[in-house]
Each structure stands twice: as C-alpha cells, then as structure tokens.
Design a protein around this ligand. Structure first.
Ligand SMILES: Cc1cc2nc3c(=O)[nH]c(=O)nc-3n(C[C@H](O)[C@H](O)[C@H](O)COP(=O)(O)OP(=O)(O)OC[C@H]3O[C@@H](n4cnc5c(N)ncnc54)[C@H](O)[C@@H]3O)c2cc1C
Length: 525
C-alpha cells in the first residue's frame, strides 16, 4: 500500500463513467471515520468527503473491541503501537463474566486458542474425557489468554513464538473519541475532506437514490455513494429511504444503558468486565487514563434513576463524565445497503455490547462492501446478496449473545426468570441440542465470527456440557492423557509468571501520549 495519496485518478477509473468516484459519508463517529479512512486509503482516485455536526456530537461509547479490530488497523497501514499510544488504549485478553450462571460464579471468555489438539483430537473433547475420568483441571487452565488475564500479566503473543502463550490473541480497549480523532487524521492524510455542518435536507433523484445533501449553511453536497453513519438517527437509510428496522427486542430484553467514565483505581485489568446485575449487566472497560462503565438494562424492570444509582454505587473511582442514558432497540435494518446508501454502525443495527461486536460489524460491513463493490448502477443482485451476508453476521452474533442469558440458573429476579423461560431462536436451539447430544458445534457458515473456543468457553462457563465426549478420543490412553494435561497446565502457569504485569508492559511498550489525555464528555453534555 502506498503511504501517500495519489493525486491522479487511476486510468481504469477515468475510463469507466459508471465507476463510483464521489463518496459522501454522513457522520463522524467511530463508524464514519472508519469508513472515511478505508475509502480514502483503498480508493485513491475517488473523492471522499465526510460531513459531521459538532452540534450533535458522537455517542462517545464503544470502547471494547475484539481481535479483528487490529486487522483494521493493519489494513489501514497504521502502526499499532502509535495507535495505542494516541488513543490511550490498553490490551484486552477477553471478557470476565461475573454472576451470569449464578450469583458469585464467574468465568472467562478468552481470545485465542484453548489447548492444542492431541493426536488430531479436538482439545475440548480430550479435556472432557479427562474430566469425566476425574482430572480436576478447568478448561480455561489451558487457555493462555485466560491464564494471563487471571494473573494481570501481558505479552504480545507474536513476540513470544514457540512459547505456551503463542496461541493467545488480544484486542484493545480504546477511547472512542480519540479513535475517531486518530482515524480522522489518517483519513485526511489520504485525502478525505471533512465538512463541519448539520445536514438539514436530503434530496432524492426520481429513482429514489440520494442525490444531494443540503447543510444548515446552505451548502449542497452531491455524490455517487452515500454512507449513512449518522448513528441512531439513521438520517439516510431510515428517515430518507424508509428502510424498516427489524426489531429483535423480543429476543434480547435489554433496551437502555446508563454510561459514565471514571478515573482509574489501581492498574488497568487486561479484560472487559461484564457483571450481571438484577436487571441486565454492567461493564467496566479500563483504558490507560480512565475507565468506561455502563449498566445495560431492561426498562420494564428498572427505571433510569434506579439503574443510574446502581451503576454509580458500583463504579470504582471518581466519575469524570456522565452519567448519560442511551436508549436502544436491538435489531438490524432490513437492508443495510439500499439504493446508493450503505448504512454503518448504529444507523444499520445494534446488538447489546456484551461481546463487543458493534465496531467489528462496521469493519465487517465495509470489508464485504469492498468485496461486492458496485458501480453507479447499484446492481440489486449485489445488494441482495450483500444484505443477506450481513444479516447472517448479525444473526450469528445475536444467537451467541442470547446463549449468555438463556441457560442461566439464576431465578432471583423477574428479569432472570424471563430470560431463561423466553423462547430462543430455532438456530440456537438446534446448536444447543447438537452440542448437548454429541459435543459437536453446528456451524452456521464458513466465516463465523465466534469459533469453537468462544462457544466452548461460554457453554462451559454457563454450565452446559455434552452428555458425552467424542468416542474417537478413546483412542488416547487415559494415563498418558492425564500425564500430558498435568504437564501442560503448570508449564503455562509458570511461563505466565515470567511475563510483565499489564501496567509494566504498557509503560515500556506503548505508554499513552500525554498530548492526547482526556476526552471525558459525552455527546449530550
Ligand atoms: C451503550 C453502548 C455501548 C457500546 N459499547 C460498545 C463496545 O464496547 N464495543 C463496540 O464495538 N461497540 C460498542 N457500542 C457501539 C459503538 O458505540 C458504535 O458502534 C460506534 O460508536 C459507532 O457509532 P456511530 O459512528 O454509528 O454513531 P455516532 O457516534 O452516534 O455518530 C453519529 C455521527 O453522525 C453525525 N450526525 C448525525 N446526524 C447528523 C446530521 N443531521 N448532520 C450532520 N451530522 C450528523 C453526528 O454528529 C456524529 O458525528 C456501544 C453502543 C452503545 C449504545
């Protein structure tokens, strides 16, 4: 990838009058600037413009990511270390779930692998066989990311090849506002143009395509492709084109969040905390300079004031921004791409952030859009297949999130009694049935986001085990299997003890840039 923007339009683009050359991105939150950066970097011949309104601001949440986010950073040619320093980011090895199965129970969903196949047998089944034969290890004893997280230690797995942590993976906790700023400067370096202004009118062509936008200043901006990143407002995809929103509110009960930012107390932990509450769950996302916090809840059972009081009574550290209430409806646009409008981020859909998937879905949607890249005819066959593909991604994530709730043993509040008795999607029911019967994981597609280690972690964490392990595992000699597990577990433990504490690693490898200190405020403040 060339580090500099080509001033000339490539010949191929100049030759094809139907080629998209003018991309207009509405909204400058995380989604908008991710889009601007990707379009500017990958379409050097196109004009990429982004319009955002400081009057409205950005939502300012969305700070826990998953490993593919680092793929985005690399895809944009950004140096990861520099990005971490300038966004006050910290490392995330997974999510610690507290009080989900029962009160006072916890489990960890790590990034990366859990153990390694033994003589071609899936590690999970080997471990299960050993467990049933009396071995007293936990599944997560063999997940390098879980062991590092439990010890508060960190090392980049790629810097430790051929060690017991080589198969771990990681993501970042980031400051949402600083990420937008960073991506903005990167996009601008590649020629993206930012216009400050409030979009007041959207003009459509006779075929329904968006033709131009008129700003409060009177300026009119036209384009070939419009990318709707206007957040929950969904100005183009919803208000203008009238694409309906498919609500999944009956499948996931939470519909509001109260959020606040706090000063750090102690050193940041290398994981996101997701702690179940009486009527939802609370998150804590530690960055280098502060922590993000929120309580995701269902308004049928608890008022905004009560949820706010609960959150404020549980956060550690002085509150530096918020509290702010964020209402949401879980679901997805029936067409994420319609006519000449591609919607991204909150404009396209939202699933509660229990597995930190929203920013990933922005990248995923853009990645797929580039694979299906249209010309100005906006071929409906492309759109239909693209929309089907993105819908499947949302659907897969929704099932995985429902799993965290539906198998709970909690029945201490009306909320928990309801989540465990409500019907679950057929696809999840089938997955659970197959798993319980055989330990096999029914795949929903070739490019699933959540792979076997994720499902095993949450299923085991929530007390769901198959009735039997796979019979092929019986080819392994039990004594040898136990011996191997007895060797591997302490090897990993003692290796992790040699690693630096997360805070020491941050200080030496990527200390936060003092020039980018605080962004402690929300849009509504
Ligand atoms: C409670 C909560 C917690 C979340 N936690 C996570 C998480 O941990 N991990 C994760 O991956 N995701 C999370 N998300 C999702 C994440 O916040 C979003 O996916 C991400 O921030 C993208 O938001 P956005 O850019 O779509 O919207 P916004 O940040 O709301 O940006 C909208 C933009 O549109 C502009 N705009 C709107 N209307 C107009 C107009 N008329 N004229 C001009 N400009 C306009 C605004 O000014 C703004 O720039 C969370 C979301 C919520 C609600």
């Amino acid at each position: 990838m060339s580090p500099h923007k080509e001033p000339q339009m490539p010949e191929s683009l100049m030759k094809d009058p139907n080629e998209i050359r003018d991309v207009v991105i509405c909204g400058g939150g995380t989604a908008g600037w991710m889009a601007a950066a990707l379009f500017a970097v990958h379409m050097p011949g196109a004009r990429v413009r982004l319009i955002e309104s400081e009057e409205i601001g950005t939502i300012g949440v969305g700070e826990s990511t998953i490993p593919p986010f680092l793929g985005l950073i690399a895809n944009l040619g950004i140096n990861e270390q520099d990005f971490i320093q300038k966004t006050q980011a910290s490392f995330k090895l997974g999510i610690r779930f507290e009080n989900w199965l029962t009160r006072r129970h916890s489990y960890f969903h790590p990034f990366g692998q859990i153990g390694a196949a033994i003589e071609g047998n899936d590690f999970y089944h080997c471990w299960l066989k050993a467990r049933l034969e009396g071995h007293d290890s936990a599944l997560q004893d063999f997940a390098p990311a879980s062991v590092m997280a439990a010890e508060g230690r960190f090392m980049l797995p790629q810097k430790a090849p051929r060690t017991p942590i080589a198969s771990a993976n990681y993501a970042l906790h980031v400051d949402a506002k600083l990420v937008a700023q960073y991506l903005r400067s990167h996009a601008e370096k590649f020629g993206a143009i930012r216009t400050e202004g409030l979009i007041e009118t959207v003009n459509q062509a006779p075929n329904g395509n968006v033709r131009s936008l008129v700003l409060k200043s009177g300026e009119e901006i036209s384009g070939d492709l419009f990318v709707d990143c206007t957040g929950f407002r969904a100005l183009l995809i919803g208000k203008t084109l009238g694409v309906e929103y498919e609500s999944w509110a009956d499948q996931l009960l939470c519909n509001r969040a109260v959020v606040c930012q706090t000063e750090n107390v102690g050193e940041p932990a290398p994981y996101t905390l997701a702690q179940a509450q009486d009527y939802g769950w609370r998150w804590r996302i530690p960055l280098q300079h502060r922590s993000g916090n929120g309580y995701v809840f269902c308004k049928d059972y608890i008022s905004d004031d009560e949820a706010t009081a609960t959150l404020l009574s549980q956060v550690e550290g002085k509150v530096v921004a918020g509290p702010m209430i964020v209402p949401f409806t879980t679901g997805i646009r029936k067409q994420v791409w319609s006519k000449n409008v591609l919607s991204l981020g909150l404009a396209s859909g939202f699933i509660e952030p229990l597995e930190s998937t929203a920013i990933h879905l922005v990248y995923r949607t853009l990645d797929f859009f580039f694979r299906y890249f249209p010309d100005k005819s906006f071929n409906p066959a492309l759109q239909a297949d693209f929309n089907r593909r993105i819908y499947n991604d949302y659907d897969e994530i929704k099932d995985f999130i429902i799993l965290h709730y539906c198998v709970t043993q909690r029945d201490d509040t009306e909320f928990w009694r309801r989540v465990k008795s409500d019907p679950i999607p057929d696809s999840l029911r089938a997955k659970l049935d197959v798993f319980r019967a055989s330990g096999a994981l029914r795949e929903t597609g070739p490019e699933e986001l959540f792979r076997q280690p994720s499902w095993y972690s949450v299923l085991e964490g929530m007390g769901v085990r198959p009735y039997r392990y796979n019979f092929l595992t019986d080819r392994l000699d039990s004594a040898q299997l136990h011996h191997l597990l007895n060797e591997v577990k302490p090897q990993l433990q003692s290796f992790v003890q040699t690693l630096p504490a997360l805070s020491d690693f941050l200080r030496t490898y990527c200390p936060a840039d003092p020039m980018t200190s605080s962004t402690a405020h929300f849009a509504a403040e």
